[in-house]
Design a protein around this ligand. Structure first.
Ligand code: DQA
Length: 139
C-alpha cells in the first residue's frame, strides 16, 4: 500500500521539545522506524509548520494514488478549519494521529476540528500511533 505521513506544526521539534510528552526520538528517527515496520509498503513523509503548505500537500496527494494519509497536524488539529476543508476536498481516507493522549492533557487539546472528516483517530500510543494508523488500512 502507499501511505503519506504528514506532520504539522512543531512536529519537526520532536525529540527536542517536551521529551516527557513526545519522547526522545527525532522525527527522522521515528519516520525511519515507521518505514522499517512497513517495509512492504511505500511510505512518503512530509512535515511543515505552515498551515497552507499542509493544505497544498493534502491537495497534491489526490493525484498520487495514496491509499491513506496519516496526519498529525499538531496544534492545528484544534483550530484549523483550512486543514479540515483540505481533508474534505480529497477522496483519500485520513487517520488523525496524536502521540500524546490529548484527552488527558489541557482542555483545549480535547477539541479536534479534523476528526469529523477523518476515518478515525489514534492518540496516546506515542510514535507507535503512526504505525497503528497505517496498519488499520490492512484490517
Ligand atoms: C500532538 C498533540 C497536540 O495537542 C500538540 O499541539 C502537538 C502534538 C500529539 O502528537 O500529541 O503538537 O498532536
Amino acid at each position: 500500500m502507499k501511505f503519506l505521513f504528514i506532520n504539522g506544526v512543531n512536529l519537526n521539534m520532536t525529540g527536542r521539545r517536551e521529551r516527557g510528552v513526545y519522547g526522545t526520538r527525532t522525527l527522522d528517527e521515528i519516520n525511519s522506524s515507521i518505514a522499517g515496520h512497513l517495509h512492504g509498503d511505500e511510505c512518503v513523509f512530509y512535515q511543515s509548520n505552515i498551515e497552507g503548505e499542509l493544505c497544498s500537500r493534502i491537495h497534491a496527494a489526490a493525484d498520487e494514488k495514496f491509499d491513506g494519509i496519516i496526519l498529525n497536524a499538531g496544534a492545528f488539529t484544534h483550530y484549523s478549519y483550512a486543514i479540515r476543508d483540505a481533508i474534505a476536498s480529497v477522496d483519500i481516507p485520513v487517520v488523525e494521529v496524536h502521540m500524546s493522549n490529548v484527552h488527558a492533557r489541557e482542555p483545549f487539546r480535547r477539541t479536534s476540528v479534523l476528526s469529523e472528516v477523518c476515518r478515525g483517530v489514534i492518540a496516546g500510543f506515542g510514535a507507535a500511533g503512526y504505525i497503528l494508523a497505517a496498519q488499520s488500512f490492512k484490517l
